[in-house]
Write a protein that binds this ligand. Structure first.
Ligand SMILES: Cc1cc2nc3c(=O)[nH]c(=O)nc-3n(C[C@H](O)[C@H](O)[C@H](O)COP(=O)(O)OP(=O)(O)OC[C@H]3O[C@@H](n4cnc5c(N)ncnc54)[C@H](O)[C@@H]3O)c2cc1C
Length: 310
């Protein structure tokens, strides 16, 4: 086994996050952080150390079974200490296939990764964020790393080495690929999020929160009922256990009760402020600042105060 920690994601943004996770682990384990590329080198992919280009698969966007086989072949030859994979939908499949092929342990949805040089330790949120499990796996180890947890690595890669693992046959054939139509909201990188809950009475009233978000140079998020049940906002706005995880500098929960399934997705925000008519609402327990009041009075008042400061 050599002292390398590999990082991979098929998604560019996530790859740059996993590069930071790999650097943390590599530093702790006195190892080298290496970012993997499959088939081709992508210019937007950052790395603090070197890149390793695995040649063999036809394209970077190969199916998980092909990517897993290619990484497994490279790992059998180069024996990395750990392989970190972004916990995207594809990444989870790649990691589980890889763990089975290499017959090594796999930590899932890892955050706060650390190492003693012999093993990999991570924290993992369990019971909808109600508890944190600390899990450990001896080297060689694999982990899927929580998306959005690590900051993006901005470093220019030092060098690219190559390994040719030969062509990789697949049982499943990719027939076509169509990009999903998505909106323009980028909650993951927003510094301020104003998030709407069922306290908002009508779809049209979301405009008021959108304006507040704009005034604060932020983005509009929501609880699940607003996107999944009412369809007032697209799915990519929905924050929580079954939605996205965010960590803005400021999260303003407006008319959100603060059920565990929601707070699981925003509890790592730096500052949380809540507006709710019910002073017993659980969101106040997860908040740094709280206003007990009617959002229809409080939101326009905040907006007016912000406008007056321009
Ligand atoms: C398996 C599973 C997964 C789930 N995943 C998620 C998830 O990822 N994300 C998520 O958000 N939910 C999720 N849920 C749903 C979750 O359990 C809650 O039902 C949901 O978060 C509640 O949304 P809410 O807070 O907007 O609505 P409610 O719980 O109805 O709360 C509305 C709040 O608005 C307040 N309010 C009412 N009127 C006003 C007013 N005029 N001004 C100010 N405040 C007012 C009320 O006091 C109340 O606290 C999941 C549920 C399940 C079972």
């Amino acid at each position: 086994m050599n002292r390398a920690v590999w990082a991979y994601s098929e998604n560019e943004t996530v790859s740059n996050e996993i590069a930071s996770a790999a650097l943390d682990v590599a530093r702790a384990a006195s190892a080298e952080a290496v970012v993997l590329e499959i088939a081709t080198v992508r210019p937007g992919i950052k790395a603090s150390g070197a890149k390793l280009l695995i040649k063999g698969p036809e394209s970077q966007n190969s199916l998980p079974e092909i990517v897993a086989e290619a990484i497994a072949r490279a790992a059998k030859q180069l024996q990395p200490a750990a392989i970190l994979i972004g916990a995207t939908r594809n990444g989870r499949e790649i990691a589980s296939r890889l763990a089975a092929k290499l017959n090594v342990g796999c930590l899932s949805e890892a955050s706060k990764l650390s190492s003693d040089g012999k093993s990999l330790t991570s924290e993992r949120s369990v019971f909808a964020g109600k508890a944190t499990a600390v899990v450990n796996c001896a080297f060689p180890a694999i982990a899927t790393v929580r998306v959005g947890y690590y900051p993006k690595n901005e470093s220019t890669p030092k060098a690219t080495t190559e390994i040719d693992v030969g062509s990789v046959p697949a049982l499943v054939k990719l027939v076509s690929r169509q990009p999903k139509a998505v909106g323009t909201v980028d909650l993951k990188s927003a510094k301020v999020i104003v998030s709407a809950g069922r306290g908002v009475k009508k779809k049209e009233d979301l405009g008021m929160l959108e304006e507040l978000a704009k005034e604060m140079h932020g983005a509009l998020g929501c609880s699940r009922p607003l996107s999944s049940d009412l369809g007032w906002l697209p799915e990519e706005h929905h924050i929580g256990l079954t939605g996205i995880t965010v960590k803005p500098d400021l999260y303003v929960a407006v008319g959100i009760s603060g059920q565990l399934q929601h707070t699981a997705g925003m509890k790592d925000s730096k500052i949380v402020a809540a507006i709710n008519t019910d002073k017993e609402a659980p969101i106040f327990q997860a908040s740094d600042y709280g206003i007990v009041g009617d959002l229809y009075q409080v939101v326009p008042a905040i907006k007016k105060a912000l406008e007056a400061r321009r």
